[in-house]
Design a protein around this ligand. Sequence first.
Ligand SMILES: [Fe+2]
Length: 384
Amino acid sequence: MPHRFEEIRKFVAPEVLFGADSRMLCGTYAERFGLRRVMVVTDPGVIEAGWVAPIVEDLSEHGIETIVFSDISANPRSAQVAAGALIYGAKACAGIVAVGGGSPIDCAKGIGIIASNGGAILEYAGVDRVSAPMPPIICIPTTAGTGADVSQFAIILDEANHTKAGLISKSLIPDLALVDPVVLTTMDSALTAATGVDALVHAVEAYVSNASWELTDGCALAAMRDIPSALPQCLASPEDMTSRRAMALASLNAGLAFSNASLGAVHALAHALGGRLDSPHGECNALLLGPVMRMNLSVMPTERVQRMADALGVEGGDLAKRLPAWFDEFHASLGIDAKDWKLALSEAEFENIARAASVDACMATNPWKPEVGDLVEMLHDALD
Ligand SMILES: [Fe+2]
């Protein structure tokens, strides 16, 4: 009898500790991992917000030396990964603690890959190209959206080619995620909105992905149920712990969903657009979600579109049309707009971005295969 491997699905996740002040278990766990010297990978904004010093102190109380590496921008560059990896090796670190949003966590994963495998980070772009696992890595996410703290993805800017390289491998799953809603309270409203929409896009893309299944659907729908109310509430009352906790949980759920079901054309286009303009990932996603779903939802079974609308609390009419319009309205209500991005792009560049997106690793699980012309149309819909 022939095997039917195409029906097999998998689900991988790190150990997760969720709840207020879970970040302060970092030292306890690092000691349990047997670490004596770790690199703390973070960025200047997170240091300024005051989240790094107490973690360094906690590690020190557990007898663990720390080397802080914070020379990381938004959209982390391959050169920043190389610089961090050089210091990691020179200082003989044995593990990594990443404190920050998606940029420091992705850069930390990059440093971990180089530490175990050598070479340059862009050599590992693509699916399943990383053989040796990273050294022990603990992630403390300071935004609610990235999902990098639980995912098998890392996105690194290829600065020479103005695009973003996606690395997808089980070797990129951190050992431990300390998901602590308390650290979310220092995000300003623009960062809260952009990262929160990233979580929504992770949930939606994982749900419509052709690699979705019951376990990823459960996570994706749970995130979709929370975000429409919790995200506006975080913006209205930044210190309200109930809504910050709901967004931390939504980000975790969405992260588990997309790590295992992968993503689609929104992220493929966002990587190409963000690589070209160096624009924030969450904002690129927000602008592209409606335009991509206008095409994606028309190929989805009606009952799946209905379940998604029920989770989001969206009603009425032809849902395959109503939902994309709702996404546009939602991101506009959060204050996210395209600014003058379109002015920076010629028509030829629209096509270059579409071409880069068409070969992005995330495109493989989009529910249908768009041509470059379809992708150009989506970009115009998003930016015009
Ligand atoms: Fe994302």
